[in-house]
Write a protein that binds this ligand. Structure first.
Ligand SMILES: Nc1ncnc2c1ncn2[C@@H]1O[C@H](COP(=O)(O)OP(=O)(O)O)[C@@H](O)[C@H]1O
Ligand SMILES: [Mg+2]
Length: 388
């Protein structure tokens, strides 16, 4: 039988445990669990062994993939910087350590990204010649072209998680705290030799419209400038923006490298269509060109969304790939102008899987026009025959 004191003691431990786990302080939870296992081993062996099992399970999980165990630094959840008031984490962690495909990028850009990685991997060789690796880079380009994804990939190649300070979501935490939150993030990243991404860094400039923030913003920009200057070459500091014109020139100058992400060109779009078709690539193989031309001008994240919609549609409607592609090409762009409609009709005709008659019904482009550009229909026996 327990005495009142024993019950009080257990209640206290329970409350403690609940508090730490609700804060997401995993390492502290583990420390407390270990303490409780020792504390209750004699008086309550049953409880102690249950706690011990929980502890062991959580350790296995927190050990992470093998690559990290070889002396790489894994973020300690308990020490990840949090907002002093809300206790919300300031950093988002992307852990792609199970592996991820390389981003689809123009060759030249990809080569530059690979060399960022290589410089880090061969830091010692560079150091032997007194050369330092690139410490920092800013990734510039329109939304959805793979800036954040590329940062994740870079970290992944270095066997590290990517830590993201997303300026659009943490601005209010960074302002009004005399820079302490920002410093906490940078200090922590430096200690862990992290790959840190300052994502959507133009968010700082956007806030300038709000008069009351001006002083605070100036201090924040100054604090960031200092942090970028003081960034050691043991870590890699990345920043990303859709709005280079809003970036303070003083900040801009401080990055060692500028990586330009342009809207994707045809070759990248074709590769993206293939990748996003995934397991359905075979079924759509004959349609890749048409799909590629129907996603001209889109960002890769939009391409991914369209192709996913196409795949869902094909399954749910049980439609054949040709019909699904046409539906997407036409319904996906209901305001297709006349030249684009013609272009689409001609490509459909060239793909050889539909009669000119069918193409005319779908696109409203006359059979004569189709024949003029695409040559005679290879499909016989469908649609009204003309002579022959
Ligand atoms: N270059 C790319 N290669 C492969 N997938 C991409 C690429 N760009 C975008 N995507 C897809 O779109 C999503 C959003 O891209 P993201 O990297 O967040 O764009 P950005 O940061 O440039 O706005 C990615 O997670 C990925 O699924
Ligand atoms: Mg992004």
């Amino acid at each position: 039988m327990e005495t009142i004191d024993e019950i009080n003691e257990i209640e206290k431990d329970l409350v403690n445990l609940a508090r730490l786990s609700s804060q997401g302080a995993d390492e502290d939870v583990r420390l407390l669990l270990a303490k409780l296992v020792r504390k209750y081993r004699v008086a309550r062996p049953e409880l102690a062994s249950q706690l011990d099992l929980t502890l062991k399970a959580s350790r296995t999980r927190s050990n992470g993939p093998a690559v990290l165990r070889r002396g790489m630094s894994m973020p300690e959840p308990s020490t990840m910087p949090v907002d002093a008031d809300s206790r919300q984490s300031l950093i988002r962690v992307f852990d792609d350590l199970d592996g991820m495909p390389a981003p689809l990028l123009p060759d030249l850009l990809f080569v530059r990204i690979q060399s960022l990685v290589r410089e880090r991997q061969e830091r010692d060789r560079l150091a032997a010649h007194g050369i330092k690796p690139t410490r920092s880079a800013i990734l510039v380009g329109p939304p959805g072209v793979g800036k954040t994804l590329s940062a994740r990939w870079i970290a992944n190649q270095l066997g590290k998680p990517l830590w993201v300070l997303d300026l659009t979501t943490v601005m209010s935490s960074l302002l009004g705290k005399t820079g302490s939150n920002l410093r906490a993030v940078f200090d922590h990243a430096k200690q862990n030799q992290a790959v840190l991404l300052l994502d959507e860094i133009d968010a700082i400039a956007k806030r300038r419209s709000d008069e009351s923030d001006v002083g605070e913003l100036k201090r924040l920009v100054t604090a960031i400038l200092q942090e970028v200057d003081a960034w050691p070459d043991s870590g890699l500091l990345l920043a990303a923006t859709n709005h280079p014109e809003l970036i303070d020139p003083a900040l801009w100058r401080r990055f060692d490298a500028v990586l330009m992400f342009d809207a994707p060109q045809a070759a990248v779009l074709a590769a993206a269509v293939r990748r996003f078709l995934g397991a359905d690539l075979n079924a759509f193989e004959g349609w890749v060109d048409l799909l590629t031309s129907s996603v001209q001008g889109m960002s890769l994240s939009d391409v991914e969304r369209s192709i996913n919609a196409l795949r869902r549609h094909t399954v749910l409607e049980n439609s054949d790939p040709a019909q699904a592609v046409i539906d997407m090409a036409i319904k996906g762009a209901p305001n297709l102008d006349k030249p684009s409609r013609q272009q689409l009709a001609i490509e459909l005709a060239r793909s050889g899987s539909l009669s000119h008659n069918k193409i005319m019904t779908l696109t409203g482009v006359s059979r004569d026009t189709i024949r003029k550009y695409a040559g005679p229909s290879p499909i016989k026996g469908r649609g009204p025959k003309k002579g022959v």
